[in-house]
Design a protein around this ligand. Structure first.
Ligand SMILES: [Mg+2]
Length: 170
């Protein structure tokens, strides 16, 4: 795989990546960002739509793990009732925590995918680990200067994805 920050897939929400779709592209394990991917920062626990989607993956044997750059308190509270493998302070975009999560859920890079909202954190980490990435738009985008700057840096990569997939459709 040639290195690129362009995600393999873009969806409007994490749960558009259905169990059926994931199986159809050979996925057996899904690594998940929390913040602004599954829930916004200010939601401490997963909503029913998150739990329903996780259950639908589990029902077909797809395993899931959380790989979050947020702290352990955030992860533990979010994960309390769903109890999946999770890594806090994951150090994305470095790949180490993703490799550890794959060991935890016993998948390999060929059958694992990452779902996240940030190109320069999540997609980059996924590709550093040699796995595919699904990019979703941030649920509640923050307007602080650093986040805005990162969104500016993401723009050409978003455009490249759109260009590639427009050509595919023609
Ligand atoms: Mg995020």
């Amino acid at each position: 795989m040639r290195f690129t920050l362009v995600p393999e897939y873009k969806f409007d929400s994490f749960n558009e990546a259905t169990a059926e779709f994931l199986l159809s592209i050979g996925v057996r394990g899904v690594l998940l960002d929390i913040d602004n991917t599954l829930e916004p920062y200010e939601h401490p626990t997963p909503g029913e739509h998150v739990i329903a989607w996780l259950d639908s993956l589990r029902a077909v044997g797809i395993k899931t793990a959380i790989v979050s750059n947020n702290n352990k308190a955030r992860l533990d509270r979010f994960n309390k009732d769903i109890g999946m493998p999770g890594i806090a302070k994951a150090g994305k975009p470095f790949a180490r925590s993703l490799r550890r999560a794959m060991r935890d859920i016993e998948t390999v890079k060929e059958n694992t995918i990452f779902i996240g909202d940030q190109i320069l954190t999540d997609v980059w980490a996924a590709h550093n680990a040699g796995i595919r990435a699904i990019l979703v738009p941030p649920i509640n985008d923050r307007r602080d200067p650093l986040t805005r700057f990162k969104r500016v840096l993401e723009r050409p990569i978003q455009r490249k994805y759109d260009r590639i997939h427009r050509e595919e459709k023609q």
